[in-house]
Design a binder for this molecule. Structure first.
Ligand SMILES: [Zn+2]
Length: 53
């Protein structure tokens, strides 16, 4: 048995350039990431709000 989640895409805007990053393999909160666009590193706050779109 498996659980498949097909419509969940988390997007976090880079604080440096504003580019949306969506290559998350899990909940991005508390994670350290590197921007796809400017390649600068940033940390997603644990208390970041989630907006469903
Ligand atoms: Zn960036």
């Amino acid at each position: 048995m498996e659980i498949r989640v097909s419509s969940y895409t988390a997007v976090v805007d880079c604080p440096h350039c504003g580019c949306g990053n969506s290559n998350w393999v899990m909940d991005p909160r508390g994670a350290e990431a590197e921007c796809d666009n400017c390649e600068k590193k940033f940390t997603v706050p644990e208390n970041a709000s989630i907006t469903l779109t």
